[in-house]
Design a protein around this ligand. Structure first.
Ligand SMILES: Nc1ncnc2c1ncn2[C@@H]1O[C@H](COP(=O)(O)OP(=O)(O)OP(=O)(O)O)[C@@H](O)[C@H]1O
Ligand SMILES: [Mg+2]
Length: 260
């Protein structure tokens, strides 16, 4: 089972869109895919028409004490799409950051829970909130690869530099290499600022950057409203094709990593 976490402490950069798109593309290839929502906002959960405010159990319950903790299998919910399963996020996740951060071992909760599902799924994609905290630490500790969507706007580089420093600190606490891929998102080639930002990212992060940006594609918003991946509406749309190419490159990178 391969686990990818999608993270950026900046909001609205395309994390949830990346999780839905890569997850749906993997599922289309026949992979058994789990989407795990660790964001208290529950955007991934809402995407599939589940309600983050619902009292039904979700990823929050994985953080309960062992005596009352459900088996993760009991949290699996349908997305309505073949091969694509969701563990929903609930707003209660927000309370974890306050209550539990100091308990030893809390950073491994998700990693341990996913081990119980290792025969059930080929791929897991974890969506994370736009902040540094216990949920992000759990997502990093569980992941084999970190995918960082970066909005191609003038603020991208400075916020990325801040985040890189934090990520490096977190990485050192998980005691193993965690490859990452920066994915430029919301790219608008008609604007100078988008073009300039992409060029700066290429100069600054030549080894970690996926150089083919995900373009602005209004189809993403329409697809989100309908609760389907963009490819279900328009498999030839520029945004969808961009995510297909990204997926190929990520799978190739994982393969190279394995054989290294
Ligand atoms: N390539 C794109 N083109 C056009 N719209 C996009 C694109 N990617 C994402 N969006 C839209 O931008 C908004 C923010 O995207 P998304 O929810 O994926 O970001 P996020 O990083 O998960 O946000 P948050 O930090 O709040 O969780 C959504 O309305 C989404 O549909
Ligand atoms: Mg999101």
């Amino acid at each position: 089972m391969v686990i990818w976490s999608v993270a950026n402490q900046k909001g609205g950069v395309g994390k949830t869109t990346t999780v839905v798109s890569l997850g749906a593309l993997l599922a289309e290839q026949g992979k058994r895919v789990l989407l795990l929502d660790l964001d208290p906002q529950g955007s991934l959960t809402s995407y599939f028409k589940d309600d983050p405010e619902s009292p039904q159990p979700g990823s929050y319950h994985l953080f309960q004490p062992a005596e009352t903790r459900p088996h993760p299998v009991s949290l699996l919910t349908e997305t309505g799409l073949p091969n694509l399963t969701l563990i929903p996020g609930r707003t209660a996740l927000a309370t974890l950051e306050k209550n539990l951060t100091r308990q030893a071992g809390m950073g491994q909760t998700i990693s341990q829970a996913l081990k119980l599902l290792s025969n059930d799924f080929d791929h897991v994609l974890i969506d994370t909130p736009p902040l540094i905290g216990l949920l992000l630490i759990n997502a990093l500790a569980a992941a084999h690869r970190l995918i960082i969507p970066v909005q191609t706007d003038p603020m991208a580089l400075s916020s990325l530099q801040g985040m890189s420093a934090t990520l490096n600190r977190l990485r050192s606490s998980i005691h193993r290499p965690l490859p990452d891929t920066l994915v430029p998102t919301l790219y608008d080639p008609r604007t100078r600022s988008s073009r300039l930002c992409l060029q700066n990212l290429k100069n600054e992060y030549p080894d970690r950057l996926w150089p083919q940006p995900i373009p602005v594609d209004t189809g993403f918003r329409d697809a989100a409203r309908l609760g389907v991946p963009l490819g279900d509406r328009n498999a030839e749309s520029p945004g969808w094709l961009a995510y297909s190419h990204l997926l190929e490159s990520l799978l190739r990178a994982d393969q190279e990593q394995l054989s290294a």
